[in-house]
Design a protein around this ligand. Structure first.
Ligand code: UD1
Ligand code: UDP
Length: 361
């Protein structure tokens, strides 16, 4: 059986790693198609190196651009690769433009497709990822949900067939890499950090970075907190410079290049709290038992909030500072994201994809 895994951006690579390993362990023929949405070493290749992901078979080199340009080019080029490879199934991950392009290309060519991380919703249609999620879910043949909430979200949209609760592949990724990170990463020594003595921040959501008032409020809060390590996404760096916020920020807190997955796991695990607008980082904070302050008004990962480990503060300076200083988790954590066997369940389902009825809804 031939499977094409389509990826392009940082969170896609992290979700691909454990599943690719499982597919190949079973002797399945996997072709990796990389759109090139992310391309800086520290946004791209470092994850293949850190997580042992095989080199992509196709690299489209599409890079950055407007949503229409980027998604359109991806659709065109991924279609070409799929026509050449004729896989039995396509797998797409998460909610990026690469996910949407891969899913659409497969649907139009009548190739069965599986969506890893199906059913997530923020209910904010101004978020580009929300459009991607809805469209991908509605044209996938296999909907692989990380949480019960995701299954319920799909049911409310009339998608009840071919929906499976598998748990989250990011639990698998973390389990695979935690010990390796402990042995290999020396990020704490390099940055002279003491465990539980710093805040870890990440910011990249377009709604925060592209708005000068919101980005300023976030940077003011980080400066107020002082002891902050901020691996800075290129999108955030671009707008911090454009809005004249960069120079003062790098004087007051530790702004570093984005880090690889192994360094990130150690930075997260040893942080006193995490401040983020990333979906994946909210989830990892929960899995690692670190309190999370989320720079958004809503989240797809509602379980982290309901269990009292995550608080939604939006890009509000006072609320960020107050929560970073005072917020303490209130409940025991649950196994809401599964036990780390999502890749096995997903591989089982993908191997049987020809038996699924066509069309997600
Ligand atoms: C994308 C995803 C988002 C995901 C994020 C993960 C979409 C719509 N968004 O957002 O869901 O959370 O990736 O990190 O797909 N850039 C570089 N080098 C790179 C990559 C990006 O300089 O390697 C800069 C460019 O200026 C680019 C900007 O970052 O224009 C945004 O990149 P893009 O891939 O369009 O979206 P992200 O904000 O990264
Ligand atoms: N991540 C990383 N290095 C960084 C920032 C994030 O390895 O400098 C990892 C993080 O641990 C998580 C994933 O990237 O596994 C989350 O991706 P991102 O925040 O880019 O996107 P989102 O999850 O919001 O779509």
């Amino acid at each position: 059986m031939k499977i094409a895994s389509i990826v392009g951006a940082r969170p896609n690579f992290i979700k691909l790693a454990p599943l690719s390993r499982e597919l190949r362990r079973r002797g399945l023929d996997e072709v990796i198609i990389h759109t090139g949405q992310h391309y800086n070493y520290e946004m791209d290749k470092i994850f293949f190196d850190d997580m042992g992901i095989p080199a992509p078979d196709y690299h489209m080199g599409i890079g950055s651009g407007s949503h229409g340009f980027q998604t359109g080019e991806m659709l065109r080029k991924v279609e070409g690769a799929l026509m050449a490879e004729k896989p039995d199934a396509v797998i797409v991950f998460g909610d990026t433009n690469s996910t949407l392009a891969g899913s659409l290309a497969a649907a139009k060519l009548h190739i069965k497709s599986a969506h890893v991380e199906a059913g997530l919703r923020s209910f904010d249609r101004r978020m580009p990822e929300e459009i991607n999620r809805v469209l991908v879910d509605h044209c996938s043949d296999l909907l692989l949900c990380p949480t019960r909430t995701a299954v319920d979200n799909l049911r409310r949209e009339g998608i009840t067939e071919n929906v499976h609760l598998t748990g989250d592949v990011m639990v698998d990724a973390q389990k695979d890499c935690e010990r390796i990170a402990q042995n290999k990463s020396h990020i704490l020594e390099d940055l002279v950090l003491k465990p539980k003595d710093y805040y870890l921040a990440t910011v990249h959501r377009a709604s925060n970075t592209d708005d000068p008032d919101k980005l300023r409020a976030i940077t003011e809060a980080l400066k107020d907190l002082k002891n902050v390590v901020f691996p800075c996404h290129p999108r955030a760096e671009k707008y911090l410079r454009e809005f004249g916020l960069w120079d003062d920020l790098i004087r007051k807190i530790e702004v570093i290049k984005p880090v690889g997955y192994l360094d990130m796991l150690l930075l997260e695990k040893n942080a006193k709290k995490i401040i983020t607008d990333s979906g994946g980082v909210q989830k990892e904070a929960y899995l690692l038992g670190i309190a999370c302050i989320t720079l958004r008004e809503e989240t797809e990962w509602v379980e982290t909030v309901e269990d009292g480990w995550n608080v939604l503060v939006g890009p509000n300076r006072e609320k960020i500072v107050m929560s970073a200083r005072c917020f303490e988790p209130s409940h025991e954590r649950q196994d809401v994201f599964g036990k780390g066997d999502a890749s096995i369940k997903i591989a089982d389902l993908v191997e049987n994809i020809s038996h699924e009825k066509s069309g997600g809804s």
